[in-house]
Design a protein around this ligand. Structure first.
Ligand SMILES: Cc1ncc(COP(=O)(O)O)c(C=O)c1O
Length: 376
């Protein structure tokens, strides 16, 4: 079989399974993006003067790619989170992969929630630790693994727990406090991906680890700019020693072009914007309450805790048809299918934003209730 034939066979199989993906320009009212606070839609625009800064990163941060603006941004982020140190990375995917593959060594033991993001699983594939995938948010299952591992563990081998704080496809929160307590009991280190909570939860929006006052009890947190912050890029919060170690050992930092200084000016202003935007956070949570109330009692299996609202419909084809129906009516709502979610749990992932009006939320909820009669 030629290479082209191999690709065609795979793509045809995906089509037959309703799992073929394509890229297209978004239409309709946005209930898909992760722009939770509405910054990407022009809510609270940033006024920045960055005219004389380059659009290119110039090279690796360790070479000509460093610019003093990033020292300022990292200091502002560290102060926001009350973290000892911060290291900018080019994206959340790269930050997760870079952090995990640098810190975890072959032979170490890692417990990860089964619903962790693909970037976390990609990292675990690369650094080849002994893996324990625990059932989603199941503390008993996690403890079972910790107990077994700690009983036979050799002192040179470290134990880690990796979780998201708010799960991207399920919209529910990890029991962070209990996870940290378990970690402390069994001598494991905790790493938390805060991609979907940064900007929205906690004091001045700094996330769920800070909301639970767990900063000093976790090894590191990962945050992305491309979601609620309305920016681009990502960062890791950690100790100064770990930052130093990453600067010296993390291939995803050393061997890539730095973020451009022009973007740093947007980060500097963006941190101030999000810290002061309690009004946006209130609107967002109010919208989540309204929308969930409007769906209450519908035939749909509505999951999650807040502004990410998964509606689990089961079969891939049903999710695709339901999404297409809503898209035709003017809503940009997408079907999420395996492998992004487990088999037979295809769903709509409805992402609520601070700028959605009450009328707009009510109208989508109405459409979903009506569709339940057709698609259920
Ligand atoms: C939980 C989680 N972590 C990490 C990432 C990657 O972040 P980025 O988009 O900045 O690469 C995502 C993005 O979808 C995510 O959902």
């Amino acid at each position: 079989m030629s290479l082209n034939e191999r690709w065609k066979t795979t793509l045809e199989a995906l089509q037959a399974q309703n799992r073929y993906r394509s890229i297209w320009t978004s239409r309709g009212i946005d209930f898909t993006s992760n722009d939770y606070l509405g910054y990407g839609h022009g809510r609270l625009p940033l006024a920045v003067d960055a005219s004389d800064l380059p659009v290119t990163g110039m090279g690796s941060r360790l070479l000509r790619g460093h610019h003093p603006i990033w020292e300022e941004v990292e200091a502002a982020l560290a102060a926001w989170h009350g973290a000892e140190a911060v290291l900018m990375m080019t994206s959340g995917f790269v930050a997760n992969e870079g952090l995990l593959t640098t810190v975890i060594e072959p032979g170490d033991w890692v417990a990860a929630d089964e619903y962790c993001h693909a970037s976390i699983y990609e990292a675990l594939r690369v650094c080849r630790p002994r893996k324990f995938i625990y059932r989603h948010n199941d503390l008993n299952h996690l403890e079972e693994g910790l107990k077994k591992e700690s009983a036979t563990r050799s002192p040179q081998r470290e134990m880690f727990i990796v979780t998201e704080s708010m799960f991207s496809m399920d919209g529910d929160l990890a029991p962070l406090c209990q996870i940290v307590e378990l970690a402390e009991r069994y001598g494991a280190y905790v790493i938390v991906d805060e991609a979907h909570s940064t900007g929205c939860y906690g004091p001045n929006g700094s996330g769920l680890v800070d909301a639970g006052q767990l900063r000093s009890r976790v090894l590191a947190t990962v945050h992305t700019g491309g979601k609620a912050l309305g920016l681009c890029g990502a960062y890791i919060c950690c100790s100064s020693l770990l930052r130093d170690y990453l600067v010296n050992r993390c291939r995803h930092l050393i061997f890539t072009t730095a973020l451009p200084p022009l973007l740093g000016v947007y980060w500097r202003a963006g941190i101030q914007r999000v810290m002061q935007d309690d009004a946006g956070r209130e609107l967002l949570f109010e919208n989540a309450r309204k929308f969930r109330t409007a769906l209450y009692g519908s035939a749909w299996d509505v999951r999650g805790d807040a502004y990410i609202v998964p509606i689990v419909v089961g079969e891939d084809q049903r999710a695709v048809r339901l999404a297409a129906h809503l898209q035709q009516k003017g809503w940009d709502v997408r079907a999420i299918r395996p492998p992004s979610v487990p088999e037979y749990t295809a769903r709509l992932r409805i992402s609520l934003h601070a700028h959605h009006s009450p009328q707009c939320l009510e109208a989508l909820a109405y459409e979903l209730r009506v569709s339940a009669r057709i698609f259920h």
